[in-house]
Design a protein around this ligand. Structure first.
Ligand SMILES: Cc1cc2nc3c(=O)[nH]c(=O)nc-3n(C[C@H](O)[C@H](O)[C@H](O)COP(=O)(O)OP(=O)(O)OC[C@H]3O[C@@H](n4cnc5c(N)ncnc54)[C@H](O)[C@@H]3O)c2cc1C
Length: 442
């Protein structure tokens, strides 16, 4: 099995595949794991109270949260269970709390509605009319987590190669073929876990969707002011968007982050505001789905406010001070940014749930959005099972795993796709892709 990408998802797929006895090769274009989304994030082990019941995100987050806490406790990965408080600061936000409470019940997640007094006892520097408290919410060291998963995969025989970039992953007649900057690789089955680049690696299979990178910029509390936040304080979110809004989060190293926002990133892997990546920007701006998104007034309003937050710490402070009245503008310093790989359809809608597409020999993970880290252990296991089914089909037809060099082995592929989203394990629809030559797999 060939796995493209050594983020949390690729690492988890590798672990489960290697444990099952499959021969596994992970290729990663960077020199180390978790340098993109899996290492540039809020580091929250989400409890799963906020996710739409019945979605894959909800299912994998709830199970993933339990497994992640257990993993970190038994492998020495830093993790602190301090709980998450979602605060309503105005009457109009109360229905959001009730909706989150309803979702938590349906998802089987412990979360309690609390009043002003309890907010103070849980977070002495916070205030609000009411809040939802999820005691199982936690912080963890996400890079250490991904490294530990990869190490365990390696202990079961998985091989990880850094500095190998995959340009395309396609179906051959009897195996998956990867074209890389170091030559070609063939495998019985390949799994595309390339995060911010997943649609490009998938090629025609993902022609009707595109990764639009949203920059999440963080501020952090200056030394001496971290006591203002004990664990995690979130503002009741705007349910129209899959982003959670500004929150204050204590990391396992004691730093307290404020953020992240969600503005259009200047490049998929550009983290500085000036690092404009011309090809990425052109790809985003020319995408009909993005132009349709721009026509949405609510999106434009959000975009303007997010741009402000990226340039002026005071804008982040203005939101955060409603949750933490003792916060002063001078308490905030600029911190880091992380880009979300958010998939947008041709019609301008954001893909909300995880999206996985299968072809004859490839599995493409196209939308492993937040809480993708929290859900990564069960999600990777589920993906491994899908890929193993494909690999078994390949070995039954006499094709084993192996590497072959050579650049002339990529004929135009006739690729058959099927898509998996919604409830896990169920094929929602087979579809004919945009290349015009795609057949449904049954
Ligand atoms: C700002 C932000 C905050 C978040 N906060 C949280 C949180 O608190 N909790 C939570 O659960 N989730 C959170 N998430 C979501 C979470 O980070 C992602 O869902 C998860 O990390 C996705 O993992 P991944 O392995 O799919 O992608 P990635 O971590 O991006 O890994 C993809 C890997 O593929 C490699 N790659 C890409 N292209 C190629 C190629 N062509 N060839 C070879 N290798 C390639 C990349 O270098 C990278 O290492 C957050 C995300 C962001 C951006």
């Amino acid at each position: 099995m060939l796995i493209v990408g050594a983020g949390a998802v690729g690492a988890s797929v590798a672990l489960h595949a290697a444990r099952s006895g499959l021969q596994v090769l992970v290729v990663e274009k960077e020199a180390a794991p978790a340098l993109h989304q899996s290492g540039r994030n809020s580091g929250v082990c989400h409890a799963g109270y906020n996710l739409k019941p019945g979605t894959q995100k909800a299912q994998f987050c709830v199970e993933g949260s339990r497994r992640l806490r257990e993993w970190c406790a038994t492998r020495g990965v830093p993790l602190e269970v301090g709980g998450i408080l979602v605060v309503a600061t105005r009457e109009s936000e109360l229905p959001t709390l009730y909706e989150l409470k309803r979702r938590s019940e349906e998802n089987g997640v412990r979360a309690d509605l609390v009043g002003e007094g309890e907010i103070r006892s849980l977070e002495p520097h916070s205030t609000g009319l009411a809040a939802l408290h999820a005691p199982e919410g936690a912080s963890f060291d996400t890079e250490a987590f991904v490294r530990s998963v990869l190490e365990e995969a390696q202990s079961h025989g998985a091989v990880v190669q850094y500095g190998v970039e995959v340009h395309a992953l396609i179906d051959g007649s009897d195996c998956a073929r990867a074209r890389t900057d170091r030559g070609a690789i063939e495998a019985g089955v390949a799994v595309n876990c390339a995060g911010l680049q997943a649609d490009r690696v998938a090629g025609a299979v993902a022609d009707d969707v595109r990764v639009i990178p949203f920059r999440g910029f963080y501020a952090e509390l200056v030394p001496g002011r971290e006591h203002l936040v004990r664990s995690h304080v979130y503002r009741a979110p705007d349910m129209a968007w899959p982003f959670l809004g500004v929150h204050a989060s204590r990391r396992t190293d004691g730093r307290v982050l404020l953020g992240p926002g969600a503005m259009l990133a200047p490049g998929r892997e550009s983290y500085g505001l000036l690092g404009i990546h011309a090809e990425d920007m052109a790809a985003t701006l020319s995408w009909p789905g993005f132009r349709k998104l721009l026509r949405d007034r609510r999106f434009r309003r959000m975009a303007v406010s997010e741009v402000r937050k990226n340039f002026q710490l005071r804008e982040i402070w203005k939101e955060a001070v409603e949750l933490i009245p003792d916060l002063r503008p001078a308490d905030l310093a600029r911190s880091f940014a992380g880009n979300r790989a958010q998939l947008v359809r041709l019609d301008g809608t954001l893909v909300d749930d995880f999206l996985v597409r299968e072809t004859k020999h490839c599995v493409h993970i196209l939308n492993a959005v937040s809480p993708g880290l929290t859900g990564s252990l069960p999600f990777g296991e589920w993906v491994w099972q899908r890929a193993a089914d494909l690999a078994n089909g390949a070995s039954r037809s006499g094709q084993g795993l192996g590497d072959r060099a050579g650049d002339d082995i990529f004929p135009d592929s006739r690729t058959a796709t099927r898509e998996r989203s919604g409830s896990a394990g169920k094929t929602e629809r087979g579809e004919t892709g945009p290349a015009g030559s795609l057949d449904e797999v049954r």
